[in-house]
Unconditional design. Structure first.
Length: 167
């Protein structure tokens, strides 16, 4: 089974996580729960391609190119690259649906200023056509990608340290 975090980190060794296999397995299980959605998904309004779009935008906002590219590969959405790079207010964002723009703005808020999120922000998503369950999934994706990016960065730093220390 492919370890998505190790793929995103682009490191040769996963030794820093070897002592916590349960945590590694839980992170992989969370990835599958959020992104391996089938036709019977209980939240069908957030399909697999859109989930990847939100994840790619969140990773881009976090400044993690490898993670953004990984998720962009699964973002089967019109103008996905432009939406990830330029966001909801770029040229592609202006052409996108109201739902898409609202979701990407919400992702920007959660990555940039999560403590500033208010009930009005959630109401804006509802007005744009998102259901409460769909809003929760979007928030979970952004939170999960933020976690992945931090772990991947830690793995990169440790990989560099151990590479420099090697004789």
């Amino acid at each position: 089974m492919t370890d998505v975090l190790l793929t995103i980190a682009e490191v040769g060794s996963d030794a820093p996580r070897d002592h916590r296999p349960t945590v590694r397995d839980a992170a992989q299980a969370a990835y599958h729960a959020l992104f391996d959605v089938g036709a019977d998904d209980p939240v069908p309004g957030v399909d697999r391609g859109f989930r990847h779009l939100v994840a790619a935008r969140a990773a881009r906002l976090e400044g993690d190119g490898p993670a953004a590219e990984f998720y962009l590969d699964g973002a089967d959405v019109t103008d996905a690259v432009a939406l990830v790079e330029d966001g909801p207010d770029g040229e592609a964002g202006v052409r996108a649906t109201r739902r898409t723009r609202a979701a990407l703005r919400y992702a920007e808020l959660l990555v940039g200023s999560p403590a500033a999120a208010t009930a009005d922000d959630l109401n804006g998503l509802v007005v744009a056509g998102w259901s409460p369950a769909e809003i929760v999934v979007i928030g979970q994706i952004v939170g999960f990608v933020s976690y992945q990016v931090r772990v991947a960065q830690g793995l990169r730093v440790l990989d560099d340290v151990f590479e420099e220390a090697a004789p």
